[in-house]
Design a protein around this ligand. Structure first.
Ligand SMILES: CCCC(=O)SCCNC(=O)CCNC(=O)[C@H](O)C(C)(C)COP(=O)(O)OP(=O)(O)OC[C@H]1O[C@@H](n2cnc3c(N)ncnc32)[C@H](O)[C@@H]1OP(=O)(O)O
Ligand SMILES: Nc1ncnc2c1ncn2[C@@H]1O[C@H](COP(=O)(O)OP(=O)(O)OP(=O)(O)O)[C@@H](O)[C@H]1O
Ligand SMILES: O=C(O)CCC(=O)C(=O)O
Ligand SMILES: [Fe+2]
Ligand SMILES: [Mg+2]
Length: 334
């Protein structure tokens, strides 16, 4: 009989030493809560994940793969980001976001003002990230062969302006998505430089992908909160937290129900990461009316109505169908 604690130890051998140390320092009660999976629910067989890696994802809801994206590719993404910030290229549909602490200040056409690019699916250079074969190989282990890139971001977490607005509250990405099933959705998030607690690395609550979608709303933060940065109000503050310290090119794949956030950037540098949410093209859209997702639907529709100057006519689902791009296999449903 393979005990939970033994399995966790096996799995820890596949983590970075710092992360392994943090997981290993969890209490025995928390370790015991890693139950034995009856069968593999969250991963598929495509010979990419080792049995230990599968078990780790099943139990924790994330897996970190070291050195998956090359220095050259990251340099190219960084170059394109700079060109966008300088206004040298114009990408249809791209959303350029500024941190709430600087959004109201004078506009500077410089990357320093930009906290996030969203929806870069029409930028061939940045979208290369979503088609990288070594990423898709892993994605397929979660989604199967028909793969849609649904949501793209380049996050440029700014040095905190003193109001802690650079934090991203604890949340589940599924809150933003009107498609299911959740188990056929996965995020890939690649560090474009070394990320650690000082510059605001990702923080995850392992195992929370086994729970349900929780109610999200704006946190009561005195210094203000960025637009659409909803958080979970009632997550268990005692739950084991793992800080994912990563080197440039390291990539974490995580489940859309995994509770995660990122801390304040207390350095002077802009912490960069690039990410894509993938879903199986076999997923289907749902109506979020009457669910906890109604609040985000309303906000997305308000912004879309302003952006495309079309009152009320954009459905939440259509906004996703319009941005989604097939990256592998067939576009069967989404
Ligand atoms: C897994 C998925 C996870 C996620 O999707 S997380 C977050 C999702 N976020 C998004 O979809 C992007 C949301 N942001 C946006 O759409 C835009 O950045 C946003 C907020 C509409 C601003 O667009 P801009 O083109 O900059 O428009 P603008 O300069 O005219 O500003 C309009 C009003 O918005 C304010 N604003 C801008 N950036 C903000 C921020 N970061 N947080 C809070 N408020 C912000 C801005 O001050 C202005 O306000 P006012 O109308 O002057 O009172
Ligand atoms: N008061 C709070 N309420 C809700 N969430 C918070 C609060 N403070 C921090 N968080 C969230 O916890 C995560 C980590 O935040 P924080 O910046 O405090 O880093 P940390 O985990 O405490 O690490 P460090 O101590 O190294 O700063 C982020 O997702 C952040 O948004
Ligand atoms: O890079 C980060 O800080 C995390 C962003 C994130 O989790 C999100 O935008 O959904
Ligand atoms: Fe997220
Ligand atoms: Mg802290």
């Amino acid at each position: 009989m393979f005990r939970a604690a033994d399995r966790l130890r096996v799995v820890l051998n596949h983590l970075d030493p710092p992360t392994a140390h943090i997981v290993a320092s969890s209490t025995s009660a928390q370790i015991a809560s890693y139950s034995h999976p009856q069968s593999l629910r969250y991963t598929l067989d495509n010979d990419v994940l080792s049995p230990e890696q599968k078990l780790f994802y099943e139990e924790n809801g994330f897996i970190l793969i070291k050195n998956l994206v090359s220095e050259d590719d990251i340099a190219r993404f960084r170059g394109e980001f700079e060109r966008i910030c300088k206004g040298e290229v114009h990408i249809p549909g791209l959303v350029v976001m500024r941190d709430v602490a600087i959004a109201k200040s004078e506009f500077v056409k410089d990357q320093k003002a930009v906290s996030k690019l969203q929806d870069f699916q029409e930028d061939p250079e940045l979208f290369r990230y979503c088609s990288l074969p070594q990423i898709l190989k892993y994605v397929e282990a979660f989604t199967g062969p028909n793969i849609m890139a649904m949501h793209t971001m380049l996050i440029n977490k700014p040095p905190d302006a003193g109001k802690k607005t650079s934090r991203h509250p604890m949340h589940q990405d599924l809150h933003y998505f009107p498609f299911r099933p959740a188990d056929k959705i996965v995020c890939s998030w690649t560090a474009m430089e070394k990320v650690d607690r000082r510059n605001g690395c990702l923080v995850v609550l392992p195992g929370t992908h086994k729970g349900t979608l929780k109610e999200h709303d704006y946190p009561d933060w005195e210094g203000g909160v960025n637009k659409m940065y909803h958080g979970i109000r009632d997550y268990d503050p005692q739950h084991l937290r793992v800080h994912l310290e990563m080197e440039k090119g390291d990539t974490v794949f995580f489940h859309p129900l995994l509770i995660h956030g990122s801390g304040m950037n207390s350095t002077q540098g802009f912490r960069k990461a690039i990410s894509c949410h993938y879903a199986s093209a076999d997923c289907y859209y749902i109506d979020v009316k009457g669910t906890t997702q109604e609040n985000i639907e309303k906000e997305v529709q308000e912004i879309a109505a302003r952006k495309y100057a079309m009152e009320d006519s954009i459905k939440f689902q259509d906004a996703w169908a319009f941005r989604g791009r097939l990256v592998h296999g067939e576009r069967t449903s989404l």
